[in-house]
Design a protein around this ligand. Structure first.
Ligand code: ADP
Ligand code: MG
Length: 247
């Protein structure tokens, strides 16, 4: 069952066509790895799904509801409701520096859902345990390593109970020795059948964890396939050329 359905999505910045009529589906419980060269439109595609970018044409349907249909957006209340089904984790963590780890987790659900504070505390404590950071609950982000910051960002996204998690190069800003702890958390989410779209350069992660790999180049989806197929027998020269680079 498709949980995200994107049809003929177009996005331009001025005269630059960044996404050229892209169409794809993500099914519930899929882990989709999105790969492709820098500038191919991967971030813009993710940002469009959560309405951080306004698209210029096409449709985005999330869990049966149109965020935008044939270029026409739903009403603001609807947009909020639909985008709240998705959580996003950014390359640069985007934690609030003046809030503790636990306050970072609790802020959005407190504001948006007006959840009672005891319940918030119970859930945030549980999620910090899940990402291995229970003992850093009262630390400020500046005191954390990059890997810890990113695990906090993942726990924060989970606080909103998203149906889908989007990751934009979650390990690209990390020292190599810190990527493993973040990928491990993502892998455990995949094992719990969280639906995820992960823009990544971690080909090992894509091979091991994703059930679908999408290769983008110049604003187009060149091919999509099971990792075993796409990595071993890519159908298109552009995919081959990209994969033949050293990673
Ligand atoms: P990727 O994530 O694959 O590296 P992006 O989606 O970030 O690619 O960018 C795709 C293209 O869109 C690039 O050419 C980039 O320079 C351009 N671009 C991205 N954001 C903006 C923006 N806000 N204004 C103008 N051009 C942008
Ligand atoms: Mg990007």
């Amino acid at each position: 069952m498709a949980i995200i359905e994107v049809t003929n999505l177009k996005k331009s910045f001025g005269t630059l066509d960044v996404l050229k009529q892209i169409t794809f589906q993500v099914n519930k419980n899929d882990v989709v790895a999105v790969i492709g060269p820098s500038g191919s439109g991967k971030s813009t595609m993710l940002r469009s799904l959560v309405h951080l970018e306004q698209i210029n044409g096409g449709s985005i349907n999330v869990a049966g509801d149109y965020l935008v249909k044939d270029g026409v957006y739903s009403k603001p209340q609807e947009i909020k409701r639909i985008t709240s089904k998705m959580g996003m984790v950014f390359q640069h963590f985007n934690l609030f520096p003046h809030l503790t780890v636990q306050e970072n987790l609790e802020l959005a659900p407190k504001m948006v859902k007006r959840e009672p504070s005891a319940e918030l505390r119970r859930r945030s404590t549980g999620l910090l345990e899940k990402v291995g950071l229970a003992e850093r609950a009262s630390a400020y982000p500046a005191k954390l390593s990059g890997g810890q910051k990113q695990r906090v960002a993942i726990a924060r996204a989970l606080m909103m109970n998203p149906e889908i998690l989007l990751f934009d190069e979650p390990t690209s800003a990390l020292d190599p020795e810190l990527t493993g702890e973040v990928l491990q958390v993502m892998k455990s989410l995949a094992e719990e059948h969280m639906t995820m779209i992960v823009v990544t350069h971690e080909m090992g992660f894509a091979k091991e964890v994703a059930n679908q790999v999408m290769f983008m180049d110049h604003g187009e989806i060149i091919e999509t396939g099971h990792p075993e197929q796409l990595f071993t027998t890519p159908r298109f020269d552009r995919t081959k050329a990209f994969l033949n680079r050293s990673w």
